[in-house]
Design a protein around this ligand. Structure first.
Ligand code: NAD
Length: 350
C-alpha cells in the first residue's frame, strides 16, 4: 500500500508523527509492504507553493492507495483566488469521498459523562450546507447586499442513496440498527428526500432495524443514552456537529478518528480541527490520528482481501486500549503524558 502522508496545520505535525511511528511499527510486525510518501498541504503549502493544495498533489494522491491527512486550519483559508483552498473539501470533492465514517466508543479507564457505548456516525461528505462543495464553480453562499446573505443547501437522491447504503452495510456487520437523523419537520423537501432514500435502501436490509430522530432532539437522546445507538446516518452538517459531540462524549474530541471513503479512494483524517489553542505544546491527543490511520488500513485490507492489514488495524486498536487502560495517555482523557510520550507508550505495546 502506498500512502501519502500530510501532517497538516496546528497540532497536525505532533499527532501525525505518532501515527507515522505506529504505521512503521505495524509495517514491520505484519510485513505490510507499506510505503509512506510525505507531502505538505495547508499553511506549509501556501507558503512554499502559493496554494494550500495543488493539482500535482492531487495527481499523487490519486495514484496512491490512500491519504492520511492531518487537521487543517480551514478557518484561515478564506479566498480560493489566493490559493486558500480548504484541503479537506478539496480531497473530499475531487476524490468523491462521500462517506465520512466517524466511530465513537468509550474506553475502560476513561471517565465519561455517560455509561459505556459504541456507535458510528455516518456523515454525507459531498453536499448539504457546505457551500464550498455544492456548485460546480464558486460557492453557494451569496452576499445579496452587504446586509443580506443566503446559504444554499444541496441535497440529491444520488448522494442520499449512497450514504444510506454505507450506513446499512456497516450496521449489517455491527449491531444491526440504523438511526436516521434529520430536520424533516422544517426542511421538508430536502430532508424528505434524505428520509425517502434511506427507507428505500432499508428495504434491502430487512435484518437491520431503523428509527429516526429530529436532529435537535437527537442531541438530547445521544447525551442521555448513547448506548442505544449503533449506526447513525445524517446529512453533512448535522453529521459533522453530531460526531464532534459523540467523540467528546466518548472521552475527548482527541479520540475522534475518521475515514473519508469513496468507491476508489480513502482518506484518514481526525474529526477535529487544528486545535490552535494547544498547538506546539505536546498536549494533543494523538489517538484520533492513530485511529484514522488504522481505519485506512482496514479499508485497504477489506478492499484487497489482505488479512495482514486487518490484523494490523486490530493490533493498533488493542494497543490503544491497553495504553489508555494503564492511564498512559494525554490529559484530555485523564492521563498526564504529552503527545510524544503517549506515542512511546503506545509503541511499547505494539
Ligand atoms: P478544534 O476541533 O480544532 O478544537 C476544538 C477543541 O478541541 C479545542 O479546545 C482543542 O484544543 C480540542 N482538541 C481538538 N483536537 C484535540 C486533540 N487531538 N487532543 C486534545 N484536544 C483536542 O476546533 P476549532 O478550534 O474550532 O478549529 C480550529 C481550526 O480547525 C479552524 O481553522 C477550523 O476551521 C479547523 N477545522 C478543521 C477541520 C478539519 O481539518 N477536518 C475540522 C474542524 C475544524
Amino acid at each position: 500500500m502506498k500512502l501519502i502522508v500530510i501532517p497538516g496545520d496546528g497540532i497536525g505535525p505532533e499527532t501525525m508523527q505518532v501515527a507515522v511511528d505506529v504505521l512503521h511499527a505495524v509495517n514491520q510486525k505484519f510485513d505490510l509492504g507499506l510505503i509512506m510518501e510525505h507531502e505538505i498541504a495547508g499553511h506549509d503549502s501556501l507558503q512554499q507553493r502559493g496554494a494550500t493544495v495543488t493539482p500535482e498533489l492531487l495527481a499523487k494522491v490519486r495514484a496512491a492507495d490512500g491519504l492520511l491527512l492531518g487537521p487543517m486550519a480551514t478557518y484561515d483559508f478564506k479566498d480560493e483566488a489566493k490559493g486558500e483552498i480548504n484541503p479537506s473539501k478539496f480531497f473530499r470533492k475531487s476524490l468523491d469521498l462521500f462517506a465520512n465514517i466517524r466511530p465513537a466508543r468509550t474506553y475502560p479507564g476513561v471517565e465519561t459523562l455517560t455509561g459505556p457505548f459504541d456507535l458510528v456516525v455516518v456523515r454525507e461528505n459531498t453536499e448539504g450546507f457546505y457551500a464550498d462543495r455544492n456548485v460546480e464553480s464558486g460557492n453557494s453562499e451569496i452576499l445579496v447586499t452587504p446586509d443580506v446573505a443566503i446559504s444554499l443547501r444541496r441535497i440529491t437522491r444520488h448522494c442520499c442513496e449512497r450514504i444510506a447504503r454505507s450506513a446499512f452495510e456497516l450496521a449489517a456487520i455491527r449491531r444491526q440498527h440504523v438511526t436516521l437523523v434529520h430536520k424533516a419537520n422544517v426542511l421538508r423537501v430536502t430532508d424528505g428526500i434524505f428520509l425517502d432514500e434511506c427507507h428505500k435502501v432499508a428495504k434491502e436490509f430487512p435484518q437491520v432495524t431503523v428509527d429516526d430522530f429530529i436532529v435537535d432532539a437527537m442531541m438530547a437522546h445521544v447525551v442521555r443514552d448513547p448506548a442505544r445507538f449503533d449506526v447513525i446516518v445524517s446529512t453533512n452538517m448535522f453529521g459533522d456537529i453530531l460526531s464532534d459531540l459523540t467523540a467528546e462524549l466518548s472521552g475527548s474530541l482527541g479520540l475522534g478518528g475518521s475515514l473519508n471513503a469513496g468507491a476508489e479512494h480513502a482518506m484518514g483524517q481526525a474529526a477535529h480541527g487544528s486545535a490552535p489553542d494547544i498547538a506546539g505544546q505536546n498536549k494533543a491527543n494523538p489517538f484520533s490520528q492513530v485511529i484514522s490511520a488504522a481505519m485506512l488500513l482496514t479499508w485497504h485490507g477489506q478492499r484487497r482481501a489482505l488479512p495482514a492489514y486487518l490484523a494490523a488495524a486490530k493490533a493498533i486498536e488493542q494497543a490503544m486500549e491497553a495504553t489508555i487502560a494503564a492511564g498512559e495517555c494525554t490529559r484530555d482523557v485523564g492521563g498526564s503524558l504529552g503527545t510524544r510520550e503517549t506515542g512511546v507508550a503506545l509503541l511499547k505495546r505494539l
